[in-house]
Design a protein around this ligand. Structure first.
Ligand SMILES: Nc1ncnc2c1ncn2[C@@H]1O[C@H](COP(=O)(O)OP(=O)(O)OP(=O)(O)O)[C@@H](O)[C@H]1O
Ligand SMILES: [Mg+2]
Length: 356
């Protein structure tokens, strides 16, 4: 360490002396060649003066280049190393990166290339970090949703092994096992649907069809569910033609009507209307007199796996994916979805779609 303290200035002095010698020698050789070429030899003093000025100029140039190279190198070390380190950390899956100290060094110089690179790395780390968080949350939600039906299935299958069970108990356990299996299968279908809706190469299979007939068909297909709960189904559907992906739109109405049936207590009312607005859009309203939601829940209902009532009983079981699928399909059709709801009073879902 001590040695370095003396060696560094010594090397500096040597390089300055060497640059001086080099500058003056070059000046001497250059002027000699020049005088030889033009066959003119100036006075000794003039020659000395020209050599000194040229030598000093060349010395200045060499010092300028040396310091420039050194500065660039130092700068590279100061900024490039942390950037490379940050990228290596990201490659290893660590997105907890903070390059703000280095970014602040370029305060007010937003167009500097280093500033732009640092900004991009920060942005990338931020985005990747959020995606990683979402991925982990998704995995933990899926595991949770799979775990609870599996626990029931294995628990009731185990209980079924007991020999002293009554026929009624046996039947009830089997029903639970069947219901939980259906729930698992629905979860896997919904997950597949969400993934396919989010894939970049999804193309809508648009065709023209009667929207009112589609709604009527779905309401009738679900009659056993709403009739069982003695729900009154009011429908007022105008004849409307829409150009949309019929299969995906089936899923929208099925999910919404299932929700209304699921969250409306016995003897409630569900109203479904479809008409055209003054500006030519198609509007479908699904109203129920069910349990409703508070303002806080309304803000989250389109998030995957969101359920307002986490402790929901098995009968109303669902995985909280239905409305995120609905939202995705409506977005793909460039439509809009609005939800109004009041606790204990009911919910109204309004879907507005372009006719074409
Ligand atoms: N008509 C409704 N009335 C009251 N609450 C509703 C209604 N529709 C949705 N919700 C609330 O929004 C949540 C999210 O709905 P979503 O359809 O996404 O999930 P889910 O019905 O619980 O499960 P899944 O649709 O996957 O079977 C529901 O859990 C419920 O709390
Ligand atoms: Mg649902």
């Amino acid at each position: 360490m001590k040695l370095r303290r003396y060696v560094k200035p010594l090397l500096g002095m040597l390089s300055v002396t060497f640059s001086l010698m080099l500058g003056w020698s070059c000046a001497y050789w250059l002027t000699s060649i020049f005088y030889e070429a033009i066959q003119y030899h100036p006075h000794e003093l003039t020659n000395q003066l020209i050599n000194s000025i040229l030598g000093f100029f060349l010395f200045g140039c060499s010092i300028f280049f040396v310091t420039r190279i050194k500065l660039v190198k130092e700068r590279q070390e100061k900024f490039l190393h942390p950037m490379i380190h940050a990228m290596k950390m990201m490659a290893e899956g660590n997105f907890n990166i903070d390059l703000s100290y280095y970014r602040n060094q370029f305060y007010g110089r937003d167009d500097h290339p280093y500033y732009k690179i640092i900004e991009s790395i920060n942005h990338m780390a931020d985005k990747l970090g959020k995606m990683e968080e979402m991925r982990q949350e998704f995995i933990s939600n899926v595991s949770h949703e799979i775990q609870s039906p599996l626990t029931s299935i294995s628990g009731f299958a185990h209980a079924l092994k007991k020999e002293d069970l009554s026929l009624q108990e046996r039947k009830r356990y089997l029903e639970i096992i069947e219901m939980e299996s259906i729930r698992l299968s629905k979860l896997s279908k919904n997950l597949l649907r969400l993934t396919s809706l989010e894939s970049d190469d999804l193309t809508l299979k648009r065709k023209s069809y009667r929207l009112d007939q589609q709604l009527r068909r779905i309401i009738l297909a679900n009659e056993p569910q709403w009739a069982e709960k003695e729900i009154e189904m009011d429908i007022a559907l105008e004849s409307l033609t829409i150009t949309a992906d019929e299969e995906l739109m089936d899923q929208v109405w099925i999910n919404l009507i299932h929700n209304s049936i699921k969250f409306t207590p016995k003897a409630g009312t569900i109203t479904v209307t479809a008409d055209q607005t003054a500006n030519g859009q198609l509007m479908v309203k699904i109203n129920d007199t069910g349990i409703g939601m508070n303002k806080d829940s309304l803000m989250h209902i389109f998030e995957r796996f969101y359920k307002a009532d986490k402790s929901r009983t098995r009968d109303a079981g669902g995985s909280g994916l239905g409305l995120s699928i609905v939202k995705k399909i409506i977005d793909l059709h460039k439509g809009q979805i609005q939800v109004k709801s009041e606790l204990e009073k009911g919910t109204e879902i309004v879907i507005t779609l372009e006719q074409f």
